[in-house]
Design a protein around this ligand. Structure first.
Ligand SMILES: [Zn+2]
Length: 291
């Protein structure tokens, strides 16, 4: 499994991983009550009508309820096959108990729609925020656009009033209506909008590997702590690409342990997720799915 890597390959790969681990903009948290916002036109500028980007993330927890890995769902984000979805599906098929099935089902990603917006009445209202809407909110937005036309137009667009009720995972409800009065948006605001193509570009080998390992542990297919060093090394070399998790692969990885690069072990023990997301936000995001 020795694959010649040039220093440039290595650095490019590391840069991508660092980018993925570094704090990304966090979605705006709607307070309970009414918030007036204005959706911005496409970050791609020009006449591109693409004002939103599909998005989904897998949050993979262990049996103690701690988040082990967070990884972009390529199915929900790009409409492409997702290794994590596949691994979860296989795990569910071969699971023998309800707890395991629940744990794996929870790791499935929900569909979200990312948008740039400004929050009216906020002192920072010239700084765009990231909105991560669930299907409910996004559907309402689509209905409003069907009726009012291009509500994102800087001059002629329409502000939206988002009302939030409840704060828990199951009792949060959002409603979206066009605001009675709308103001125009200064052009320079659009220049500060988040590039959502870049935002969703989160794929990286070590993240994928970590997520697959977490799914494997949740499914009880991998003997987690002991096989970690082996899987860390193997993953770095791309050894588990395009392979689904199974007992035989766990064995293969064990065999590879001799060749494994143990310097990668600290990396597996890192928990960048805790910096990036806390339980509240997670609940929030999940709650949004039903909003
Ligand atoms: Zn997926």
């Amino acid at each position: 499994m020795s694959k010649a890597l040039t220093i440039m390959d290595l650095v490019a790969k590391k840069q991508k991983e660092i980018q993925a681990k570094k704090g990304r903009a966090r979605p705006f948290k709607f307070p309970i009550g009414k918030t007036k916002i204005r959706l911005l036109p496409s970050w791609r500028l020009g006449d591109d009508p693409q004002f939103f980007h599909d998005f989904g993330s897998h949050y993979i927890k262990n049996d103690k309820g701690e988040t082990e890995a967070v990884y972009v769902c390529t199915e929900k984000t790009f409409g492409q096959d997702c290794e994590i979805c596949k691994a979860i599906g296989m795990g569910i098929k071969s699971a023998h108990d309800d707890e395991t099935i629940e744990l794996l089902k929870d790791a499935n990603s929900g569909q979200q729609y990312l948008m740039n917006a400004i929050v009216r009445g906020d002192a920072n209202n010239k700084e765009p925020v990231l909105i991560a809407a669930g299907i409910g909110i996004f559907e309402s937005i689509c209905e409003i656009i069907a009726e009012y036309g291009d509500i994102t137009d800087l001059k002629e667009g329409v502000d939206l009033t988002i009302s939030r009720e409840g704060s828990g995972r199951n009792d949060t409800k959002y409603t979206v209506i066009p605001a009675a009065k709308s103001e125009s948006v200064p052009k320079e605001v659009l220049g500060k909008a988040l590039n959502l193509d870049e935002y969703v570009s989160q794929e990286n080998e070590s993240g994928l590997h970590k997520a697959l390992t977490a799914v494997g542990s949740a499914a009880g297919l991998l003997m987690a702590p002991k096989s970690s060093p082996a899987t860390a090394g193997a993953g770095e070399m791309g050894a588990i690409e395009d392979k689904s998790l199974s007992k035989s692969i766990a064995e293969e990885l064990k065999d590879d342990a001799v060749d494994a690069d143990f310097e990668e072990v600290p990396e597996m023990k890192e928990a960048p997720i805790e910096d990036d997301i806390n339980e509240d936000e997670l609940d929030e995001l999940l709650a949004d799915l039903d909003g």
